[in-house]
Design a protein around this ligand. Structure first.
Ligand SMILES: [Ca+2]
Ligand SMILES: [Ca+2]
Length: 289
């Protein structure tokens, strides 16, 4: 009797622990880009992978979506003008407008937390540097001046700092600087192709991906530069936080082709949310999530 009660207890634990790892129903919409319809385009879907819509709907390549803080608009980069330019559109794909007009590659837009500015990368002055402009494309200004590439800007939630990827010490590393381009600091400890940083909504942590052995995986580092830890054992790229900070979307080729996944912010509950033979990459989690 006692033995069977213990057995039931153990069985009960075994049954309940997988469900304990499952994330609560996620909110918001996830934008990403994919070649599922032949050419790279911007899509948005529910966090369960349903209702995926082609928003940019163009014959040119369109990549790197980023939501405005209100969720009403999406900035992205488009090759429709024969070189990369930054565009913005309403979240339903209407109202497209070009924000940059430059023969160089203008890419990786990142909306500031107050919605007034967009940081981006451009090689208009030779190598890639980080620039910032007003959200209507005016007042374009360079923030970095480094002999090697500085790319992939992302803002701190209070808008005072920008994290980015730089090649300035030989291999790519995760750095931060002030929103005016000052006080540049390297955060990640390894010279291991650390890239694609994303600041947590509470400001304490930066997620990024790094190739420290045979796989590129997702890591966290405190925004002070301390306490690095690995979140994924399988491959993972381009982490993007949900608005409440409880979950992280990313992409991985762990199942054969690039798909979007999500997980809890502690790395548990990793779940695939796209199921398409195309390349589904670079998620950006809109507000509400
Ligand atoms: Ca351009
Ligand atoms: Ca896919």
């Amino acid at each position: 009797m006692l033995a069977s009660a213990i057995a039931v207890g153990v069985l009960g634990l075994t049954c309940s622990s997988p469900s304990a790892a499952v994330a609560p129903p996620p909110k918001g919409r996830i934008a990403f880009y994919s070649d599922r319809d032949g050419v790279l385009q911007i899509y948005a879907m529910r966090p369960d992978g349903t209702d995926a819509l082609n928003l940019s709907n163009n014959s040119a390549r369109e990549v790197f979506p980023d939501w405005s803080p209100s969720g009403g608009q999406i900035a992205f980069a488009s090759a429709r003008d024969e070189n990369w330019e930054i565009y913005a559109m309403n979240a339903d794909g209407t109202g497209e407008r070009r924000l940059t007009d430059n023969p160089a590659a203008d890419m990786s837009p990142a909306w500031s937390p107050d919605g007034s500015k967009i940081a981006f990368q451009s090689d208009r002055d030779g190598v890639f540097e980080i620039y910032v402009m007003d959200a209507d494309g005016s007042n374009q200004m360079r923030l970095t001046e480094s002999p090697t590439d500085d790319v992939a800007p992302a803002w701190s939630p209070d808008g005072t700092r920008i994290t980015f990827t730089s090649m300035s010490e030989g291999r790519s590393g995760v750095y931060t600087m002030t929103a005016h381009g000052m006080n540049r600091v390297r955060l990640s400890s390894a010279f291991a192709d650390d890239a694609s940083p994303a600041w947590s909504p509470d400001g304490t942590t930066i997620a990024f991906h790094s190739r420290r052995d045979e796989l590129t995986r997702i890591y966290l580092v405190d925004s002070s530069g301390d306490y690095e830890r690995r979140l994924t054992l399988k491959s993972g790229f381009a982490p993007a936080w949900s608005e409440d900070g409880s979950q992280i979307a990313f992409y991985s080729r762990r199942d054969g082709n690039a798909e979007i996944y999500m997980m809890n912010a502690d790395g548990s509950g990793q779940t695939r949310i796209t199921h398409d033979p195309g390349e589904d990459v670079r998620p950006a989690w809109g507000p509400g999530g």
